[in-house]
Design a protein around this ligand. Structure first.
Ligand SMILES: Nc1ncnc2c1ncn2[C@@H]1O[C@H](COP(=O)(O)OP(=O)(O)O)[C@@H](O)[C@H]1O
Ligand SMILES: [Mg+2]
Length: 371
């Protein structure tokens, strides 16, 4: 503010002082003077509009959004703080900012304001996700409920004297109730998993043994559709049991393998083969210590790789109709992702249409103890 330099005590230092005040603000900040010019910005402010030279330019040349322009006009005229919002798209990302235009004393009759931009994009996204989630859950519950209400009405009326119809309708109602039950169970499990995602697990778990027992539990399901389950271990079982030890949560890891193997059985197709391979590695793939890799491989229809980035989203399904037909909730992989994150592991997904799918879970193994 060299212009004011003559008016004030200690004036030669004033511009430096104001600059240091602006720089101390951890948000993009702009000082706009009464002549509507951008007088000064801090470093985040300069970056905010793409590192172009801003100082000395008319603010409207840079901040074009009508709501922002009128907020600045109002703050300059009334000398009161005016909050507003600023939206912009950066690539395919919609950014939103909470803006405050605050009047500042300028050492004389002249008016000035400071404009700051606070990025609230993540907050907005979180709100949006919560809204979507509630809408999705309601929709998922409403479908079986509507069906059940319909059948109850039929049983009370037209079908009340027809034992064959009654038995069939009760069967369908049972299946719909099961679906709701599974959905609620998955929702509860998802919320539990999310709430302790930042809590480190403490149990000692042998991954190869856990995979083995999970496979045994799923054998009846596989038998129903004639699916062969093939366990492949990289080393003799006793060695692997020891080497594949991780610090983890046994129940949660069991859920990971159950969800993945169940999917492979369901989507791998009748009469197919599901391979589950357990391998230990000393290092690699970004892990500092050793890690154990569990691959769940099926030879079903697979899916177009474009779906991979979204597959672990809640309720995301490649083929909605098929998933529902097989009794899926659309939450299995979301649960898997959260559990794997909690264990500081990685989930890798590979597939191609008609080529089956491979889901790999990589978990860091117990760091070697000193001898
Ligand atoms: N092994 C697989 N082969 C083909 N598609 C799969 C496989 N595993 C998962 N998917 C796809 O990913 C979607 C999400 O899986 P998941 O979260 O377990 O939900 P769902 O309850 O539908 O099984 C499924 O609906 C399906 O479209
Ligand atoms: Mg599933």
């Amino acid at each position: 503010m060299a212009r004011d330099a003559g008016h004030l005590d200690g004036a030669p230092r004033e511009e430096g002082f104001v600059r240091s005040l602006l720089e101390a603000i951890p948000l993009p900040a702009f000082l706009i003077s009464g002549d509507e010019k951008i007088e000064m910005t801090n470093a985040p402010g300069a970056q905010f509009f793409g590192d172009i030279a801003l100082e000395g330019r008319h603010y409207m040349a840079v901040m074009r959004q009508p709501s922002l322009v009128s907020a600045i006009e109002r703050a300059l005229n009334t000398q009161s703080a005016v909050p507003t919002r600023y939206l912009r798209s950066m690539g395919d990302r919609q950014e939103s900012f909470r803006v405050l235009v605050s009047p500042v004393a300028h050492g004389g009759p002249e008016r000035a304001v400071i404009v700051t931009f606070e990025d609230v994009t993540d907050l907005h996204l979180a709100k949006e996700m919560r809204r979507d989630f509630v809408a999705n859950v309601s929709h998922e519950l409403k479908t079986p409920l509507t069906a059940m209400i319909g059948f109850i009405e039929t049983l009370q009326g037209a079908a009340s004297e027809d034992p064959a119809a009654r038995a069939r309708f009760l069967g369908i109602m049972g299946a719909e109730a099961e679906r709701m039950n599974r959905l609620v169970a998955d929702l509860l499990s998802l919320s539990r998993v999310e709430s302790d995602e930042r809590v480190r697990p403490t149990q000692t778990v042998s991954v190869s043994q856990l995979v083995d027992s999970t496979l045994r539990a799923l054998r009846p399901l596989a038998d129903k559709t004639d699916v062969t389950l093939d366990l492949r271990l990289s080393e003799p079982p006793e060695d692997l049991a020891l080497k594949s030890t991780v610090i983890g949560d046994g129940d949660q890891l069991q859920q990971v393998f159950t969800n993945l193997i169940e999917n492979a059985i369901k989507y791998g197709g009748t009469g197919g083969e599901v391979i589950v391979a357990v391998t230990v590695h000393r290092q690699g793939l970004g892990f500092q210590s050793g890690f154990v890799q569990v691959d769940v491989i099926d030879k079903g229809d697979g899916f177009d790789p474009v779906h991979i980035p979204r597959l672990t989203e809640r309720f995301y399904r490649v083929d909605d109709h098929r998933s529902r037909g097989l009794g899926g909730t659309g939450l299995g992989l979301a649960i898997v992702k959260h559990i794997v994150n909690r264990h500081k592991g990685r989930l890798r997904i590979e597939s191609a249409l008609g080529k089956g799918a491979r889901f790999s879970v990589l978990l860091p193994t117990d760091s070697p103890k000193p001898l």
